[in-house]
Design a protein around this ligand. Structure first.
Ligand code: MN3
Length: 240
């Protein structure tokens, strides 16, 4: 056990004992409480590493706050509800994605919603490279001709996604491929038309842009390129 884990464990034991003492005093069955806590902590809303206004003026503060605290939180809550008491408890999202065709729609929609947004927040970290560098730049140039050509094709996929969904840059059989999915599906799911590992994803649900851009999805997409952190994309690319 390393130092961090030791401190965490010690804090849990001390915290747990205090809770037990308090609970006994007011007559609550602590086992029932713990059971409930465990159930509710299966998946959690990840904290952002930046403030809600950090992506201004391209993505506005109100959109970021509602998107994270309402929409993403709802996916997390509904995912936990959907797997509560089922054999899916304890499984990772990757495991669920690989058998998605056999699982309920609530797991597909909310499991995808949770995973997709988690990636989305990380890709949009302020700072970092404004365009691909190194091996990723080489791979993009070789797959699409140039970075500009890639951006054009990716934007077309995002604009052309009818209704709600996502545009993706994925690694599929060792190649970079642009694709898009409806709703909260993603290319890791066995139901996806084009499968692969996403390294870049763009949310084109109206909730991602409507407050600032209303129906102008192309303008949102054009501005979104300004907040992509290519260091993060490169990191994902290097891990595949
Ligand atoms: Mn969204």
């Amino acid at each position: 056990m390393n130092r961090k884990n030791f401190i965490l464990s010690a804090a849990t034991i001390i915290g747990g004992s205090l809770t037990t003492v308090l609970a006994n005093k007011i007559g609550i069955n602590i086992n029932k409480l713990n059971e409930r806590n465990n159930l509710m902590s299966k998946f959690e809303l990840p904290a952002l590493s930046y403030s809600y206004d950090a992506l201004e003026p391209y993505i506005d503060k109100a959109t970021m706050e509602i998107h994270h605290t309402k929409h993403h939180q709802a996916y997390v809550n509904n995912l936990n509800k959907a797997i509560d008491g089922t054999e899916l408890e304890g499984k990772t999202l990757d495991e669920m994605f690989s058998m998605m065709s056999k699982l309920p729609a609530a797991v597909r929609n909310n499991g995808g919603g949770h995973w997709n947004h988690d990636l989305f927040w990380k890709l949009m970290q302020p700072g970092g490279a404004k365009q691909p560098e190194g091996k990723l730049a080489d791979a993009i140039n070789s797959a699409f001709g140039s970075f500009d050509e890639f951006k054009k094709k990716f934007s077309e996929a995002a604009i052309g996604r009818f209704g709600s969904g996502w545009a993706w840059l994925i690694v599929s059989d060792g190649k970079l491929v642009i694709t898009s999915t409806p709703n909260q599906d993603n290319p890791l799911m066995d139901v996806a038309e084009v499968k692969g590992n996403p390294i870049l994803g763009l949310d084109v649900w109206e909730h991602a842009y409507y407050l600032k851009y209303q129906n102008r999805r192309p303008e949102y997409i054009e501005n979104w390129w300004n907040v992509v952190n290519w260091n993060v994309v490169s990191e994902y690319f290097s891990k595949i």
